[in-house]
Ligand binder design. Structure first.
Ligand code: UD1
Ligand code: CA
Length: 481
């Protein structure tokens, strides 16, 4: 028997009013990914013949995000008839006229329905030869959800929305998850008869369930055990709760993979992060985007890494880094700011109160204290003195500083780019390096020190400073007698 063809419809046209946001609801992020990306991932895993996404509110922004995750998705624009029923009606119209299979409907704001749950729902739908099969859950607080109303023999009768429910119906704790499988024929038959005669003046998809049963068809239901999987996200309270729940799972996953996470409550890990065994994460750490941490590295406390690579055995303490590479055995922090393009070599060091950007710092090279290093290349085993600045911007353009290997630069140097420092060069404290320095040279740019003895006595007689100086001179004279 040939497999029944499958289409998946993702509903993403709604306004998301309760979010009170200028960002479309389905693009709010959960563990680093937009809500809709989570749903699209589960949908794609079913390998449907058609993947249709219904859009309307902030259409172009949502569409761009959809195509990033699912380039082959078919976008359907909902017209100005509101409601999930209208959205599905238009999605079905967009399918080939001869499509005769099953249609899975999922909501872009219900992010935790995974591939396994959908596959089980489809299997049950086919086994029971139902016209429609819905995914439900029994929850302690059903407020806001549609309720599943069952009749004699526990068969599903219909779904009633919270806003249209009687007091007795509101007592029902079995909720509709907004996830279904329909035979396409049932949708084609019943959707034209769904009307917006309800509290929200919308065409409800949920009305199809009642129409199927009234016409003698079978509606099946699958109740998920893990009720949290079907939680819908409508406001920021639910978004934060969902983020917490997903984070707990991600943290637990990495713990079981051999990562030490000292304080799960203050550790936030995005879904696409990758951690090796024996990594240690200290409290207050956020690992975002595609951050990768190799074995034995210690990260935190109070560190945020975005799309950053940390090599084996490195230490990264109280640091903020984005699009940076930290080599094996390197040390970073405390209080370091690594901006995009920072590439610290093995055993290198970026120390306290150092900001780096577009800076390739070679193996074993160190920028230990209070510096800004930008648009710079440093060779291996070099040392940059405390309080040094690469002056990379002349007010119009950015320029590069190129520093060789094994250099020993003094404290409080300014490198006025473009400038090059040769291998093995040294510099004195406070040097302002404006011209290229050849290999092995010593560069000094500060005028020799002048000390004018007795100046205070002559120019500030009677001042506290003059008295202190006189007392000190007297004490010294007595001491030498
Ligand atoms: C819906 C269900 C409700 C269920 C709940 C589960 C209906 C009528 N109600 O309610 O029974 O308990 O989901 O989370 O279906 N959308 C469109 N076009 C529209 C309106 C909505 O595409 O015209 C999309 C939204 O973007 C969203 C999804 O459909 O992704 C659900 O819409 P929403 O308004 O959040 O429905 P709920 O009130 O949560
Ligand atoms: Ca919803």
């Amino acid at each position: 028997m040939p497999q029944t063809p499958l289409a998946v419809v993702v509903l993403a046209a709604g306004q998301g009013t309760r979010m009170k946001s200028s960002t479309p609801k389905v693009l709010h992020r959960l563990a680093g990914l937009p809500l809709i990306a989570h749903v699209l991932e589960s949908a794609r895993a079913l390998e449907p013949a058609h993947l249709v996404v219904v859009v309307r509110h902030e259409r172009d922004t949502v569409a761009a995000s959809v195509l990033e995750v699912a380039p082959h998705a078919q976008l359907v624009d909902q017209d100005d008839v509101p409601g999930t029923g209208r959205a599905v009606e238009q999605a079905v119209e967009a399918l080939p006229a001869d499509f005769a299979g099953d249609v899975v409907v999922v909501s872009a704001d219900v992010p935790f329905v995974d591939h396994g749950t959908l596959a089980a729902l489809i299997a049950q739908h086919r086994e029971e030869e139902a016209e429609a099969t819905l995914l439900s859950a029994v929850v302690p607080d059903p407020a806001g959800y549609g309720r599943v109303i069952r009749r004699r023999g526990d068969l599903v009768d219909r779904i009633v929305e919270q806003k249209d429910a009687t007091d007795a119906e509101r007592e029902v704790t079995e909720i509709n998850s907004g996830t279904y499988v329909f035979r396409v024929a049932a949708l084609r038959q019943h959707l034209p008869f769904v009307t917006p005669a309800n509290a929200q003046n919308e065409k409800y998809l949920t009305d199809v369930i009642g129409l199927v049963t009234v016409n003698g068809g079978t509606v099946a239901a699958r109740t998920v055990e893990e009720a949290w999987r079907v939680e819908g996200i409508n406001d920021r309270v639910q978004l934060a709760a969902a983020a917490r729940r997903l984070n707990d799972r991600i943290v637990r996953h990495w713990q079981l993979e051999g990562v030490s996470i000292v304080d799960p409550a203050t550790t936030w890990i995005d879904r696409d992060v990758s951690l090796a065994r024996d990594v240690e994460i200290l409290p207050g750490t956020q690992l975002r985007g595609a951050t990768v941490i190799e074995t034995g590295a210690v990260v935190g406390p109070d560190t945020t890494l975005v799309d950053t690579e940390v090599g084996a055995g490195a230490t990264v303490k109280r640091t903020d880094a984005t699009l940076a590479i930290i080599g094996a055995g390197a040390t970073v922090g405390p209080w370091s700011y690594l901006r995009p393009g920072t590439d610290l070599g093995e055993r290198g060091k970026i120390g306290a109160f150092v900001e780096t950007k577009n800076a390739v710092i070679g193996e074993g090279s160190k920028v230990p204290h209070l510096s800004y290093i930008g648009d710079t290349e440093i060779g291996v085993e070099s040392n940059i003195g405390a309080g040094s600045i690469t002056a990379n911007y002349d007010g119009v353009e950015k320029h590069r500083t190129v520093i060789g290997s094994h250099v020993r630069m003094g404290s409080h140097n300014v490198y006025v780019a473009p400038v090059r420092i040769g291998d093995g060069a040294h510099s004195g404290a406070g040097a302002v390096v404006r011209k290229d320095v050849p290999a092995g040279a010593l560069v000094l740019s500060v005028a020799p020190q002048r000390t004018i003895g007795g100046w205070v006595e002559a120019k500030r007689p009677g001042s506290a400073a003059a008295k202190a100086a006189a007392a000190s001179q007297e004490a010294e004279a007595q001491g030498t007698e």
